[in-house]
Design a binder for this molecule. Sequence first.
Ligand code: SF4
Length: 488
Amino acid sequence: MSIVLSTLNARYSHASLGLRYLLANMAELRAQTRIAEFVIGARTSTIVEQLLALQPRIIGFGVYIWNVEETTRVVALLKRLAPDIKIILGGPEVSYESAEQAIVQMADYLITGWGEVSLPQLCRQILHGPRPLMKIHAGIQPPLRDLVLPYSLYSDMDIAQRTLYVEASRGCPFKCEFCLSALDKTAWPFELDAFLAEMDGLYARGARVFKFVDRTFNLNIKTSLKIMQFFLDKIALRPDDPVFAHFELVPDHLPEALKDTIARFPPGALQFEIGIQTFNPDVQALVSRKQDNAKAAANIHWLRHHSHAHLHVDLIAGLPGEDMASFARGFDQLVALGPHEIQFGILKRLRGTPIIRHTEPYGLLFDPYPPYSILATDRIDFATMQRLVRFARYWDLVANSGRFAPLLPTLLGDAPFDQFMALSDWLYARTDATHRIALDRLARLLADWLETRGLTVAGDAAGKSAAPKGTSRPASPLPPRQAAHLAH
Ligand code: SF4
């Protein structure tokens, strides 16, 4: 095999859509190209051994924030053992601020931005000449209709065991300064009928879980409706063999026609990831995030009470201009809207994002190592930020997991942020850990906490594990957390 396309995925269950796009668009080089995926945490020497066993002349790596450190070690070993193999890098982590990165310095070539056109061009030159003169190539961005869609490259094993990522559009028209998609300035749709034909093919091969990576699924309502109808038709056709579809929504744009369609989905078939990030209008203005808070809140409330969609809402701690009190208010406001999960992220300085313009005025201090998390701001010192990081972790274990749903109202009372922060500080003082806390131990700790506070929960709720209680929908393709929430 002369060309290997490789990446380290964050988990085995993630199948790289990016690599499959590249392979699908290799044209006449496709037959001599293959994909080799690994998972972070694997031994570097094992990865290198497996790559060398394929005897490639070129290896292309997809580099992301979650794998840049390990991929750097892989490239370093490859350059020691087989310096003649040409290494090409691509991916968001190396597309900006490239020259200063160790991995870029070791590699032979770098393609920034899109790779589907530029990678085969570069490979042709490496294999057949003339030798490429430049090390860094700005990726050509073709019209989407010119791309070969990659979905047939999901193997039967991918379909059976892994999350299938799909995209009906690329890019985002919004400009939130902490987000890489802000650099796109617009969104581009794939040709819808061709895309749905591919989805049909995946469905016919047994795919039942579809994760859309479109940054703003509900931008073009006509398109959103057609895609949702596709899934509704599948559900109507085979109610005993349900599908599960995940979409990212902008929260303040939910016209009636879309609501009507969303309301027709049965439980366990639909999941929305909704970015709120912050409810503070001053902070929103600072980071150029356009959001109608009242509409966004009303829409989340509507979704929670008039649809069966599983709601996963994002907040970011550590944004410039936001202090603890403001963050706490936003958190409480969100809890009151009742989403199934609140994904509480800590601001990261993604390479290329314009958020850095606030570094000095707002005293932003970022970790210099991936994932470049914020360490402190002029309003949240390091010790407090650490408390927020632990809060996020415990929130995930206790609330988002769905395992302790019957306890949550008592744990949160009428001041969710303050009460959960007190619990978080207490848990950390007792365990000195935020990871590897066994479920039964966590259940005992929560029972102790309630006891020390003189709080009681009705029934035998403490520590109850929310294993799915068998919904009326057989053979559910639901991920475990969604099943846990559905069980309550
Ligand atoms: S945060 Fe969401 S809406 Fe804002 S630029 Fe990124 S993808 Fe677009």
